[in-house]
Design a protein around this ligand. Structure first.
Ligand SMILES: Nc1nc2c(ncn2[C@@H]2O[C@H](COP(=O)(O)OP(=O)(O)OP(=O)(O)O)[C@@H](O)[C@H]2O)c(=O)[nH]1
Ligand SMILES: [Mg+2]
Length: 389
């Protein structure tokens, strides 16, 4: 894990520029504490207390341009040993694979034929691996049918057919982000508390910046203390401007200002953070609908993307969240986070199958580069390794 510390530049600046002090960042690895820079004698704060937050006046109206300007800086590239996407995916899916494939391969040894008992046991195993009742039944019915028609003859062929069936379920069309040229693109990021919205926004901004896009972040989580500071830290790391208001401000007003800032700075993309909300709270979901309405009113065709962030470790609960958010805000894609720490990745199949929303990104760690675009075939190859032939 990488840690980091911000150093304020001490040189004299004209008064008007006081708020725009350009900090520099120093990074060191958690397991290399000796590389941590010495604290300054007069102020020896540590993250997060040492984050200097610029004073921001209270927003008076929706149109108050209440912005903290952060100079556009190049994204900070962390020097980690590079794994290929596939290796990273394989490593990240380790726990899910152990549970998922471990349980299925346990059904196979010593089995000479694929009888009714086998199909029942396979269905039960899929359900226990979080694939969900309906989806598991559908997969096993198809496999049973294939077996009757002679397309699965040996128990050894079961894993390959299962892998292909699951890849088909995951394939819900284009998984890339919709970023039409010449349009201001708004990406609204929603989800319940702690699923990884802000972190995923930081990682996504980093990806988009590397592709040469000009990105502005909108700190639409005005509810939780320190939420906008957290986004600001990500903004600093990736070199993207963050538009924020005071805690308790109207999130729609923050996003309105971010759109205005994007237009005046010629930015291509605004990524809007939102407060983690209980999917069961009606008023919070109403607030989200209002944010969506304001975006649509300000930018024709926007938000082009509404991404729901789901935490893979929560299993069935993630499916429930996806149902409610889909109802409220018309999702265009799913970001599934914490796959690296989850044994419940099977939930991805249930979500794709039931909700027909493409998974667009997978979070495989807390680092800036730990967000991968989703590719159903690669994902399944990483999850189920079968010797072809
Ligand atoms: N291992 C792992 N941790 C992650 C991943 N994504 C996010 N996290 C961690 O999950 C925790 C919560 O992430 P946040 O980004 O703050 O989540 P949030 O949805 O913005 O939370 P609220 O603002 O409280 O609603 C943080 O400790 C992140 O580092 C991931 O893909 N893998
Ligand atoms: Mg957050």
């Amino acid at each position: 894990m990488w840690l980091f510390k911000k150093e304020e530049h001490k040189e004299e600046k004209p008064a008007a520029e006081e708020k725009k002090k350009s900090p520099s960042w120093q990074f060191w690895k958690k397991d290399e504490p000796e590389k941590r820079p010495e604290p300054k004698p007069e102020s020896a704060p540590s993250v997060p207390e040492d984050i200097v937050v610029a004073e921001i006046p209270e927003a008076e109206t929706e149109t108050a341009a209440n912005e903290t300007a952060i100079e556009e800086t190049p994204a900070v590239v962390e020097e980690e040993p590079k794994l290929s996407f596939f290796e990273k995916l394989k490593k990240g899916l380790g726990k899910t694979r152990d549970k998922f494939i471990g349980n299925i391969t346990d059904l196979l040894p010593g089995r000479t034929k694929l009888d009714e008992d086998f199909w029942d046991e396979l269905e039960e195993t899929l359900i226990l691996s979080d694939v969900g009742g309906m989806t598991s039944a559908k997969i096993v019915d198809d496999m049973r049918d294939k077996s009757k028609r002679g397309r699965i003859k040996e128990p050894s062929e079961v894993l390959k057919v299962l892998r292909d069936n699951l890849a088909e379920i995951m394939d819900k069309g284009d998984t890339s982000l919709k970023i039409p040229e010449g349009e201001l693109v708004i990406i609204l990021v929603v989800g319940v508390n702690g699923t990884g919205k802000t972190t995923s926004i930081g990682k996504l901004a980093y990806r988009l910046k590397k592709e040469g896009r000009k990105v502005i972040l909108a700190a639409g989580d005005t509810f939780r203390a320190a939420a906008s500071e957290q986004l600001q830290i990500w903004g600093q790391r990736v070199g993207a401007e963050v538009i924020r208001h005071n805690e308790g401000a109207d999130p729609a007003a923050v996003i309105f200002d971010a759109i205005k800032a994007a237009r005046s700075r010629g930015a291509d993309i605004v990524i809007a953070d939102t407060a983690g909300r209980l999917h069961s709270k009606v008023n919070l979901m109403e607030e989200l609908k209002k944010i969506r309405r304001i975006i649509g009113r300000e930018v024709e065709g926007a938000p082009q993307e509404v991404l729901l962030v789901l935490d893979a470790t929560t299993g069935q609960n993630a499916l429930q969240q996806a149902r409610v958010f889909k109802e409220a805000v018309d999702l265009t894609g799913i970001v599934i986070t914490k796959m690296d720490g989850s044994a419940k990745g099977g939930i991805l199949f249930a979500i794709s199958d039931e909700l027909k929303i493409p998974v667009k990104f997978v979070g495989l760690g807390e680092g800036i580069e730990d967000l991968e675009t989703f590719d159903p075939k690669l994902f399944m190859d990483a999850l189920i390794q079968v010797e072809e032939g």
